[in-house]
Design a protein around this ligand. Structure first.
Ligand code: AMP
Ligand code: MG
Length: 350
């Protein structure tokens, strides 16, 4: 089956196509759509068969639960069996937006959607195309990132087509997404709210609002026996085809080291890619250099991360050397994804 591709913008919605997308979802089919974070692969969250189809299309392990997307505040209560006061505060402050909350699930949500867990992940996206599609589908759309499991998440409809074009019913092309990294996930099933996945909404922002919020220990300890709580965080993710390493340290040394590694690779007849920034791109004498954005605007780095990784797949490089991006606000989220993409291969220089 080849997916039908329809195009629209948030300002100029094609309500007829959205209605058809909603019908496909109601019948158990799959529709990919834009959100403000990345493109999602949607299926009816209350239909176990649809959830199974999502896992199959992505090649996703079935113990890795899906996020249920809603488009009305009132639709939260029926799918959860309790909402804490703190969760309500976050919903009011950040919904619609790039925030996912884990809450105890109600019987309405099938275990197929939650990967067998008795909790459910819920998000209310701000993208208008996503909102209208969710409403047209009946209110509850399970939607993981619309990529083949393990590959970089899609930030354009072309990325979705590359990975899933043959396996799903419809792709809604709403142009390039805004944020470019998946939502922040906050778990409310423990005594203290815990961040299971960093995102655009940072730990500091959450602490400013709620006071005590912790980072999942499994996220901070990369080499310990502590596993991340979100099942999906343990899998290798976002990996480009080439061998990716991150070089970390003072800027001068990083540029020097990456330049030397790229020259070495080329001397052996290999192709080297370099992930640089607007500030450093002209300082690399060899290698295929791509700028990911500007350190002065960290949003640009988040926005281009997955695109750059996919572009390097297209240019068939053998090695990729990347600068590190511990930027003030989104650095935690950016480096969480980049470290995973690199399988935690980091070269420290001083
Ligand atoms: P994706 O759908 O690709 O954005 O990934 C969703 C992430 O949310 C994965 O890392 C899941 O493991 C995580 N997740 C979804 N539901 C739950 C849940 N009930 N408890 C913990 N983590 C969850
Ligand atoms: Mg994903």
């Amino acid at each position: 089956m080849k997916a039908e591709v329809v195009s629209m913008t948030e300002e100029n919605l094609d309500m007829e196509a959205i209605r058809r997308g909603g019908e496909i979802l109601k019948k158990g089919g799959l529709v990919a759509f834009p959100t403000e974070t990345v493109y999602g692969l949607g299926g009816d969250a209350l239909n176990p068969q649809a959830s199974r189809k999502i896992y199959a299309a992505k090649g996703r392990p079935s113990d890795n639960p899906l996020i249920v997307h809603i488009a009305r505040m009132d639709d939260l209560a029926p799918i959860v069996s309790g909402i804490t006061h703190e969760a309500m505060i976050l919903a009011e402050k950040y919904w619609p937006g790039p925030l996912t909350m884990i809450l105890p699930k109600s019987d309405l949500v099938p275990l197929e959607t939650t990967g067998g867990l008795d909790s459910v992940a819920v998000r209310f996206p701000s993208d208008r195309i996503a909102q209208e599609l969710i409403k047209a589908a009946g209110g509850y759309v399970a939607a993981p990132s619309a990529n083949t499991s393990g590959r970089p998440s899609p930030t354009t409809a072309q990325h979705v087509e590359e990975d899933l074009g043959e396996n799903i019913d419809m792709i809604i092309d709403g142009g390039q997404v805004g944020i470019g990294l998946e939502s922040t996930i906050v778990d409310f099933t423990e005594d203290v709210p815990v961040v299971l996945r960093p995102g655009y909404i940072s730990l500091e922002m959450l602490q400013d609002t709620l006071g005590d919020v912790r980072m999942d220990k499994g996220l901070i300890a990369s080499d310990s026996k502590v596993h991340p709580k979100a099942p999906g965080m343990k899998y290798r993710h976002y990996a480009p085809r080439a061998d990716l390493s991150i070089v970390e340290g003072p800027e001068e040394k990083v540029v020097e080291t990456i330049s030397r590694l790229a020259l070495q690779a080329e001397a052996q007849g290999k192709k080297a890619g370099i992930i640089a920034t607007d500030e450093t791109r002209d300082r690399y004498p060899s290698g295929l250099v791509m700028s990911i954005g500007s350190r002065k605007e960290e949003e640009t780095i988040a926005h281009h991360l997955y695109e750059v990784l996919r572009d390097f797949d297209q240019s068939e490089v053998d090695f990729i050397y990347s600068e590190a991006f511990y930027t003030p606000r989104m650095g935690q989220a950016i480096m969480n994804r980049l470290l995973k993409a690199a399988g935690h291969k980091v070269i420290h220089v001083e």
